[in-house]
Design a protein around this ligand. Structure first.
Ligand SMILES: O=P(O)(O)O[C@@H]1C[C@H](O)[C@@H](CO)O1
Ligand code: HPA
Length: 292
């Protein structure tokens, strides 16, 4: 029924990778964190680190993008056991979508219950400024509309159901927690919420595309996260995601602005400290074993 070229990893492949990792570290993380472009400093906050280069992990893809170090870091964040992907995979790197999302299944099999994803994104909402942090409340999955969904292919019920619901993809309690923590930390003036739209990349959007996405209800545009969210939800993990607005999407033909990766990384550097404090404080307040 499915093409021979289907590129997914079997449950047994994922189990083998998870067991390989579990055999090399005593850390049993309940929280998994994914660092977006230029946001890898989050992993540096972990104490008592056990670090794996992606090239040494069985079945793992390699990071090819500047700002994605390519390391899986285990450790504790304010006493809480965590695992952190210092670098993620993107469709535009040429990986099949099942490879892009493989780490979510590994997270699940090593015991992660909550996934926190971060990304760099272009701001479409005209009220947003560069440096704003957007709590993601929903997404638009453009590659999915075009038939590229990470759950395509045979479904293994050991991971999840054939037709998973996505109307509750982004955990509402965690969104509220982020708002509360952000307000306490004095970040209210740059904390936003909104809808993230994923495209395939790597070219940045045209002006007409940005205008269209904005009209469709997107507040920010990027090239990641949504595929990971779908796979994480499919296997029952709780999800929180945020975008750092690293640049304003160009919406106006008179504008001289040009989206570029250097600006993305630079904005990441400038907001790193606040983003790290927001996420680490959230981690200390996330409850576990009370969610299904
Ligand atoms: O991994 P994320 O989504 O943070 O990376 C964004 C999208 C592209 O990979 C890159 C463009 O600058 O940043
Ligand atoms: O403007 C953008 N578009 C797409 N992806 C991005 N990642 C950071 N900024 C952007």
């Amino acid at each position: 029924m499915f093409p021979e070229s289907h590129t997914g990893y079997s449950y047994e492949d994922c189990r083998a990778t998870a067991d390989w990792l579990l055999a090399q570290t005593a850390v049993r993380p309940l929280v998994g964190i994914v660092c977006g472009s230029g946001l890898g400093g989050l992993a540096d906050m972990l104490k008592d680190q056990v670090v794996f280069n992606y090239r040494d992990i069985p079945n793992f893809p390699q990071s090819t993008v500047r700002g994605h170090a390519g390391q899986l870091v285990f450790g504790t964040l304010k006493g809480r056991p965590c695992v952190c992907m210092q670098g993620r995979f993107h469709l535009y790197e040429g990986y099949p979508i099942q490879k892009v999302t493989l780490p979510m299944r590994i997270f699940k099999l090593i015991g992660v219950e909550t996934v926190i994803l971060t990304n760099a994104a272009g701001g479409l909402n005209q009220d947003f400024k560069v440096g704003d942090i957007m709590i993601i409340k929903d997404h638009l999955n453009m590659p999915g509309f075009a038939g590229n969904n990470p759950l395509m292919g045979p479904n293994d019920e050991r991971f999840g159901v054939r037709f998973p619901c996505m109307s509750d993809a982004y955990d509402r309690e965690l969104q509220q927690l982020a708002m509360d923590v952000g307000t306490e930390l004095g970040y209210g003036h740059f904390l936003r919420e909104g809808v993230y739209c994923v495209l395939g990349g790597p070219s940045f959007e045209t002006i007409a595309e940005c205008r269209m996405l904005h009209k469709l209800g997107a507040d920010a545009v990027g090239m990641s996260t949504v595929h990971e969210v779908i796979v994480a939800r499919h296997c029952g993990m709780r999800v929180f995601a945020l975008s750092l607005i690293t640049n304003q999407a160009v919406m106006d033909y008179d504008s001289e602005e040009k989206a570029n990766h250097e600006e993305v990384l630079e904005t990441g550097k400038q907001r790193a400290e606040q983003l790290e404090r927001l996420v680490s404080t959230m981690v200390t307040r996330i409850g576990h074993n009370n969610y299904s």
